[in-house]
Design a protein around this ligand. Sequence first.
Ligand code: PEP
Ligand code: MG
Length: 582
Amino acid sequence: MTIALHGICASKGIAIARVYVVERGRVGVSEYHLDETEIDREIERFGRAVEKAREELRAIRDRIPSNTSADIAAFIDTHLLMLEDSALTKAPVDLVKGRHCNAEWALKLQRDALVSVFDEMDDPYLRTRKDDVEHVVTLLQRLLLQQDKPYDEKPDSRVTGHVVLADDLTPADTVSLLHRGIAGFVTECGGPTSHTAILGRSLRIPAVVGMHQARLYIHDEDLVIIDGRAGVVLVDPDERTIEHYRALRRHIEEHHTLLARLRDAPARTLDGEEIVLQANIELPGDVDKVTEVSADGVGLYRTEFLFMNREDTPDEEEQFQAYSSVVAALRGAPVTIRTLDIGAEKTLDGGRSGSFWSPNPALGLRAVRLCLKEPTLFRTQLRAILRAGRRGPVRLLIPMLSGLQEISQIKQLLGECRESLTADGLEFDPDLPIGAMIEVPAAALCADLFAERLDFLSIGTNDLIQYTIATDRLDDEVNYLYDPLHPAVLRLIDMILKAGEAAGVPVSMCGEMAGNGRYTRLLLSMGLRQFSVPPNALLEIKQVIIASHAGRLRELAQEVLQASSGAERLAALEEMNHLDFD
Ligand code: PEP
Ligand code: MG
């Protein structure tokens, strides 16, 4: 009999394969007492385990394929950094000395202490950091107990082509399993933003996470179907179901082949409106994906990733080289470099320093606020961006602006940077266009005033939605309220687009909403003409654009905007999306 189990969609795609169960969660450890004479030996044993853990993680990082997203290496780097942290290296040694206990037990005590701190913080992003602590402690405990990874004991052929089912997988496990050619994975732990889920998406492996107690119902060698889009796993499917999913998989593959053919087609609507279709990137290494889909440049370069997961801060020269390499790779297409957006869920040095602690981080010292408070940090970045502007068309984008005063402060700082660059004899672009991320309701409501003072606007829907509805989309308790179609959100987007049009200032959208094909026609109907989307969504959006008639859509915008209920709005959207203009 087929059973269907529901989890959380981590990565789309369909896998039909047999299961390979691995045990990756916490390791059972017990305490034993050590005599004074045994303490030094135990500390050495612990030191060797830490060194071995570093070697293992470095080896895994070195095997990451060069064409995979840079965030994969960043996850492994986070664990490597934690192995340098005294909380996981010195504190357990102190416990061994103080309690005369074994190192595995000392690690368990330290993990419990750290996890309870994270639990009290009640922040969904920090829950992910809690996972990191669990993963690193478990790795060390396994090495101390000399337990090999279960999937290493078996020949590659045993894992290859299987769906891996585990209680939990660390980022390092996921990368190792990728090398063994797994068909997909299912985990009992994890949420949509856990590192394992993000890795699944980056690596394009069908995956479902957060399927609690899955190992009660799914066993080694069971035949399963993962439907990653729906977050469903079908166990022991019958022939008809298998045939249905095979057909669906073929359909998805054909769809991808079709999309690939659109690479060089212009993003032009049926009535001849040229749409600018740019890509979002996080690290210079992402530019390959941008050129692969032939984007019209980079609409959002999130520079904070250059600053994260490291102990030092990149200096002007390092930043200049990084930005220039993106500009060079784009060969004349514009690059929109966003200044540092640190704070809230994005922290420097993995959040270890806690130097910017805030009672309410999302409303606190974040992004441009932090940069204005730390002018040395900001000036260094502004100088590097101004200099990169000499290498090709660069635009400067400022995140989280909420008031006009901030614009004046930035202009003042930019003036100082230009003067100091001239004094230093360094070349820069004196006319670098400056734009604002409109992602705070205050900025959206004053978009006309922002447009008067700036060269372009870019709508950051991720934050705009969360701040407008006052709902954290990473928080499972309230993220059901997070809705791009909320009338308040649509009205604000409408206001921003109208303000841009009135002032003759281009408006782009770079939040996730721009990369979701479901909203493309609606946004076209409201007048959006510039999209910046994740590279892997770009061709999908282009497909919708070239099958749309901008003029006729414009007549329909009000039906969605003026709908009096959610159901009516959805119906109007669906109708718009199903229109055939041929
Ligand atoms: C946004 O808020 O929509 C945005 C693009 O910025 P980020 O996702 O980096 O906060
Ligand atoms: Mg944002």
